[in-house]
Design a protein around this ligand. Sequence first.
Ligand SMILES: Cc1ncc(COP(=O)(O)O)c(C=O)c1O
Length: 390
Amino acid sequence: MTNRLSLAIDRIAPSQTTAMTDRAFALRAAGRDIISLSVGEPDFATPAHVLEAAKAALDAGDTKYTAVGGTTRMKAAAALHFARDLGIEASPSQVTVSAGGKQAIFHALLATIDPGDEVVIPSPWWVSYPEIVRFAGGTVVPLETTAASGFRFTAAELEARIGPRTRWLLLNSPGNPTGACYPPHLLREIGDMLRRHPQVLVLSDDIYAPLIYTGERHATLAVLCPDLGHRILTISGVSKSHAMTGFRIGVATGPEWLIGAMERLQSHSSGNPASISQAAAVAAFEGPQDFLAGWRDRFRARRDKVVTAINAIPGLSTPVPEGAFYCMVDAAPLMDRFEDDTALAMHLLDQGVAVVQASAFGSKDGFRISFAADEAVLAEALRRIAAAVA
Ligand SMILES: Cc1ncc(COP(=O)(O)O)c(C=O)c1O
């Protein structure tokens, strides 16, 4: 059989967020008026100084291979970002750069998971986590959280999922799709508990850290529990904070053995992240950050409007997300009218709004909307959603 696929690829499904976005594009191409709230990227333009740096790199002939884990300058800029924005001090050998945060996560998990290893993933989860774990041969151990607990788990709930084969905890704060943030006291409790389980590594996905609306500083495990630093990989990037999703740059910091293994794998997968994109990311990290305050204000204002509008629609409800740019909408009261939440998402698409069904995130009976869209577009989308479920 020539079209036989590997066992590894047969274990994973295509990204459902990408699938919904592609469907929306296809309907639009066919002439339908579709508002897409399914995609996970800021609608703001990439800052001008970043674009200038990319152009300058092209003009300077900066178009060749670089070191696999990023240029010296890129690594220094990533280290600057980790220190200034997250409070994590790292040497260049503890930092690596990949084609997006996604690739850093992919390489870290592939480099450390053997068949039978267990990975605890709090749900609702980012769509790619369980697929990457399964691709690596690991076993997903879901840790369900609900709106009632602010989509956060407790140290005790986590400890109940930990066993001798637990290899990783995947921790995402602010979270996609919930916007939930873990406060310092909860992270300290989680850290205290993890000290009893030295076999567990923690992947702290902080890619949305600059987008927090509570006014509080982002809290992260590597800073709060420095003694656990040798077991923590922190992921960040420029995709969400600097509206640079297309550049494909992600950064990671963690223990040298793990960073080295990720680079070993990267040396055979993609090689270095794109040279032009690295130059742009250096400008993003080294350049002015003041635009971010304005973006945050706009995101917060949109969030407030969307949350108010959703909660005014009979049958729909959402808690107030503290960070990122998504609302996880509960539609349980409407589910007697739909076969499942995919059918509900399809119905909304038919009525002109693309969202992503909650089941894509390991949850159920709801959907995620992104509020990274223009205010007028959001208002029209909410009007359509209200009409579609009336
Ligand atoms: C939680 C989370 N982590 C990581 C990523 C990866 O981002 P990128 O690969 O675009 O840098 C995303 C993107 O959607 C995300 O939502």
